[in-house]
Design a protein around this ligand. Structure first.
Ligand code: NI
Length: 172
């Protein structure tokens, strides 16, 4: 089932999400619905606060090449446990900030620990687009958006565009 995605600015996107205690069938269904919503958008990552659920859950799949096997990842309580000093700059976007893109600098490699959909602890190192995406999604769990890394003027400009977009969407 596809879920509606919150559009910035929304106070629910600014809240710190709560850790998940145990992985229920309900949470697994939520993760499946989030993946469906993300693929449909289309996007490469989605965090639970974006669909108005204040829980520490993200989904991602950064496989973009045609014909390559998809790799949907579901992460409960994800945590960056180590990051490289070396940084990467990517042009980022966000499903909650449609059609706005800006360059953000983040650690080029990160080691992430999380609980998978079967309740098992996992840890893996990510680089390239995966590293950027997983950090962007974990930020959502702390109420942080990629535009928070931009200069205030640029951030305000994007926010104003989003306010206008939401007004148009409400009217439609
Ligand atoms: Ni995002």
């Amino acid at each position: 089932m596809k879920l509606p995605i919150l559009i910035h600015p929304d106070p629910r996107l600014k809240k710190v999400a709560a850790p998940v205690a145990d992985i229920s069938d309900e949470l697994r269904t939520l993760a499946d619905n989030m993946l469906e919503t993300m693929y449909d958008a289309p996007g490469i990552g989605l965090a639970a606060p974006q669909i108005a659920v204040g829980k520490r859950l993200i989904v991602l799949d950064c496989v973009k090449k045609e014909g390559e096997e998809p790799r949907p990842l579901v992460m409960f309580n994800p945590e960056v446990v180590a990051s490289s000093e070396e940084c990467n700059v990517y042009e980022e976007g966000c499903l909650s900030i449609p059609e706005q893109y800006a360059e953000v600098e983040r650690p080029a490699e990160v080691s992430v620990r999380w609980i998978d959909r079967d309740g098992n602890e996992q840890q893996e190192d990510f680089d390239g687009l995966w590293a950027t995406c997983v950090q962007h999604e974990i930020d959502h769990l702390d109420g942080k958006l990629f535009i928070d890394y931009l200069k205030p003027l640029k951030r305000q400009l994007i926010t104003r565009k989003m306010v206008k977009l939401k007004r148009e969407m409400a009217r439609a």
